[in-house]
Design a protein around this ligand. Structure first.
Ligand SMILES: NC(=O)c1ccc[n+]([C@@H]2O[C@H](COP(=O)([O-])OP(=O)(O)OC[C@H]3O[C@@H](n4cnc5c(N)ncnc54)[C@H](OP(=O)(O)O)[C@@H]3O)[C@@H](O)[C@H]2O)c1
Length: 278
């Protein structure tokens, strides 16, 4: 890919949720291919750790603590990136509450639960895209990447906010792609399946997931969960000019998980509300 359409040399890429999991993995992959990276999320220590990893890989790194549900903070992320890095080539809206939504009976879900789930997983992506849209439109060039989930293409018992928000992310991608095409801004969506990012989760969650890992494999036709760098490579393709004719697309990386619907290998565990942790 060196020097060709696949290189990221000189590109400035902003990643929300960049301190852990897929965000960190994308940051490392993109930095290895020549990009400078801006990292945004709420907790500073994981962001700083990722920034150190980016610098080790030869990229510049900027940390901007940001809550994506707060428009003022998101606008500040874009302003600070422009003032310190000089430009933005790609914004990756990756922040999400992937495993924080503890299942509850529907009648116990509060307005606050609903708003939090939708705000982080859907509104945050819109705020990010809106914040950078005028800059991209004026510049007549831009690249937006959103991160949905296989859950955005199917239902799941008791997963109200996450599945609804991720379906919204899929269609937000399409609306943005059509709206911004005239400004030479392209917009695409990454759709991960089960990707092993458990090491970044709280300890109690890790324990449950270690017990469930064997059962979860049964969902995946290729027989194993994805690794974070699998998503890093999808991001690499979408950030590079190799994908410059692609807009409005969903890029599924799930070991075949969506090919057959929810119970991909004919097995679906019956997880009770009590023991369920998403
Ligand atoms: N791993 C999978 O199997 C999988 C599958 C499908 C889709 N996804 C999607 O991939 C993305 C990354 O997930 P992951 O697996 O890497 O999980 P993760 O390690 O928990 O990453 C989520 C990141 O989002 C950030 N975040 C959460 N709330 C935020 C807020 N209000 N403002 C700013 N940042 C916020 C978190 O940082 P702070 O807490 O420090 O803010 C965290 O770094 C998510 O959108 C998720 O839905 C993951």
């Amino acid at each position: 890919m060196n020097g060709g359409k696949g290189t990221l040399e000189g590109k400035v890429i902003v990643i929300t949720g960049g301190g852990t999991g897929l965000g960190r993995s994308m940051a490392y992959r993109l930095a290895e291919e020549g990009a400078d990276i801006v990292l945004a999320a709420r907790r500073v220590p994981p962001l700083e750790e990722t920034a150190a990893g980016v610098r080790q890989r030869g990229g510049k790194a900027l940390v901007v603590p940001t809550d994506v549900t707060d428009t003022a903070q998101v606008n500040r992320l874009i302003e600070k990136t422009l003032s310190e890095m000089g430009k933005i080539d790609v914004l990756i809206n990756n922040a999400g509450i992937v495993r924080g939504e503890r299942p509850k009976a529907m009648w116990d879900i509060t307005d606050e639960d609903w708003r939090t789930g939708i705000d982080v997983n859907l509104s945050g992506a819109f705020y990010g895209c809106r914040a950078v849209s005028k800059y991209f439109a004026d510049r007549k060039s831009g690249n937006l990447i959103l991160v949905a989930s296989g859950e955005g293409f199917r239902g799941q018992r008791n997963s109200f906010m996450y599945n609804t928000a991720k379906a919204g992310v899929v269609n937000l991608t399409r609306v943005l792609a059509l709206t911004l095409a005239e400004y030479n801004v392209r917009v695409n969506c990454i759709v991960p399946g089960f990707v092993d990012t458990y090491e970044y989760q709280p300890e109690d969650y890790q324990k449950v997931m270690a017990e469930r890992r064997a059962a979860r494999k049964l969902f995946v036709p290729v027989g194993n969960p994805g690794q974070p760098d699998d998503i890093g490579y999808v991001a690499l393709f979408l950030c590079s000019d190799a994908s410059d004719y692609i807009s409005g697309g969903c890029f599924i990386s799930d070991g075949g998980g969506l090919a057959g619907g929810f119970a991909t290998t004919g097995y679906a565990p019956n997880v009770s509300l009590k023991e369920g942790m998403a």
